[in-house]
Design a protein around this ligand. Structure first.
Ligand code: NAD
Length: 289
């Protein structure tokens, strides 16, 4: 078996992303020894029961002791406080990375706590499911998915290359991106669509009084897809919207304008407008599959 990419890895937060990383790293021997920590006792107990990490620790400080790579895999709003708590315990020369869905906020919250001589390399795997928690992870989650690395100025190329190698070995395609551009792109491709799904399912639930349970009973493919997305973790998504506010509001503004234009076309019976619009969007779909 090949030599591990990192000798010691610490996973802080033991949910979908961290547990998937653990199984992917173990499968391919990418890490020598992996420690883990999650805030709730229940999660730590579950992690111990299912063998998630080689050693589950009762504090983040203990978990990061001696680690070459520390992965922050907690909700975006918790990244700053966690970084502050672990900072005095980081090994000189270690790399801290994160997997948060928003990058500008995480950089502003985490970077000030990173001590001299420790590297901070933000990252975001574009992979997920609607499930969360320590039992939801699986080794294949990152296969053929993008991982965006957002290096800060002055980070040694060797350390960026090492983190890139880890993600590639877990099956991802890796690109580098600027944090603000990342947040705008993700607002379009992920954050706004999630909010729209939450809204659609909320509207259907409001209508239940009128339709009894028919909305759920006869839910067709379109609505079922919305319910799957709207089942995503409430804490994670609350934090995404609170921390990627400007980009999400910009995209929602544009979305609302388009929705009004389609609403007007329907009211006015403008079939040509609807047909042209749907033809354009169909071409986009055909371009990505
Ligand atoms: P999850 O809810 O499955 O797991 C989060 C974990 O963090 C849990 O173990 C929880 O106990 C722990 N936690 C919460 N607050 C903590 C704290 N203050 N200290 C220590 N542990 C704490 O979430 P997830 O889906 O694995 O998401 C983790 C991160 O990955 C988030 O920042 C999210 O934005 C990002 N992300 C999620 C997805 C996705 O689709 N789920 C995709 C890419 C990136």
């Amino acid at each position: 078996m090949s030599k591990p990419i990192y000798d010691r890895v610490a996973l802080i937060g033991l949910g979908l992303i961290a547990s998937s990383m653990f199984w992917a790293m173990k499968r391919a021997n990418l890490a020598g020894k992996v420690t883990g920590y999650a805030r709730s006792q229940e999660t730590r107990d579950t992690a111990r029961r299912i063998g998630l990490t080689d050693r589950v620790c009762d504090s983040a400080a203990e978990a990061v002791e001696g680690a070459d790579l520390v992965v922050l895999a907690v909700p975006v709003g918790a990244m700053g406080p966690v970084a502050e708590a672990i900072a005095p315990h980081l090994k000189p020369g270690a790399t801290v990375t994160d997997v948060g869905s928003v990058k500008r906020h995480v950089i502003d919250a985490v970077a000030p706590h990173i001590p001299e001589g420790v590297h901070f390399i933000p990252a975001h795997p574009l992979a997920g499911t609607e499930h969360s928690g320590p039992e939801s992870g699986f080794a294949e989650l990152f296969e053929n998915r993008w991982c965006l690395i957002v290096p800060l100025p002055g980070t040694p190329d060797t350390e960026i290359a090492r983190l890139r190698a880890l993600w590639e070995a877990m099956g991802s395609n890796v690109d580098e991106m600027d944090p603000d551009h990342h947040d705008l792109v993700l607002a379009v491709t992920s954050h706004a669509p999630h909010l729209i799904a939450y809204t659609m399912v909320g509207v259907a639930d409001d209508l239940r009084r009128v339709t009894d349970s028919e909305v759920i009973k006869y839910s067709a493919a379109g609505f079922r897809d919305f319910t799957r997305i709207a089942a995503s973790d409430p804490t994670m998504w609350r934090d995404v919207f609170l921390t990627n506010k400007d980009a999400t509001l910009e995209i929602l503004g544009r979305f609302t304008e388009e929705l009004f234009a389609l609403q007007r076309a329907i009211r006015q019976g403008d079939g040509q407008m609807l047909f042209d619009y749907f033809t354009r969007t169909r071409a986009i779909r055909r371009g990505i599959i």
